[in-house]
Design a protein. Structure first.
Length: 159
């Protein structure tokens, strides 16, 4: 199903804090399928859980990207407390324990994550002729008007 395109230029409100969490994996040894496949397949169940319980978990939205060796998921959260609470939840802990049991320090697969806590007013975005994506999917979007045409204007306090 095609996503609805929004012609023109849009932005998001920046009047609330947001947490950006980036997580991914890198296949270091392609033939070590038994090591990296369980890591790769652990994520869909967690994503499903997040979308089914968005409000309670403080999860806003996510985007996923797949390369030849590396995957990345960018997710948006209401707070670091919500993100950390999810990390301590049953589904994530099970996946983390399974990863440590199967992979541990084996270099067949790598994992990474980065967390950014961004205060309101300290972020801005532009979406031109795009479906809802990234922060716009997480927070909603609004048309860019002359009053907020530049990044400087958007960062100086959209009202």
């Amino acid at each position: 199903m095609a996503k609805e395109l929004y012609p023109g230029r849009y932005t998001t409100e920046n009047d609330e804090d947001v947490v950006v969490f980036i997580i991914g994996m890198r296949i270091n040894k392609r033939l070590a399928v038994r090591k990296w496949w369980p890591v790769f397949t652990a994520m869909p169940g967690m994503i499903r859980e997040l979308y089914e319980n968005q409000e309670e978990l403080g999860f806003l939205s996510m985007e996923s990207f797949f390369g030849l060796r590396t995957t990345v998921m960018i997710s948006y959260w209401k707070s670091t407390e919500d993100l950390l609470a999810y990390a301590r939840g049953a589904k994530h802990l099970k996946a983390w324990k399974e990863f440590n049991k199967r992979v541990g320090d084996n270099d067949a697969v790598g994992i990474y994550h980065e967390t950014y806590s961004v205060k309101k007013g300290n972020y801005e975005s532009v979406y031109g002729n795009m479906p809802l994506h990234g922060l716009a999917k997480a927070r909603g979007h609004r048309l860019i008007t002359p009053e907020i045409r530049t990044a400087k204007k958007r960062l100086s306090g959209m009202k």
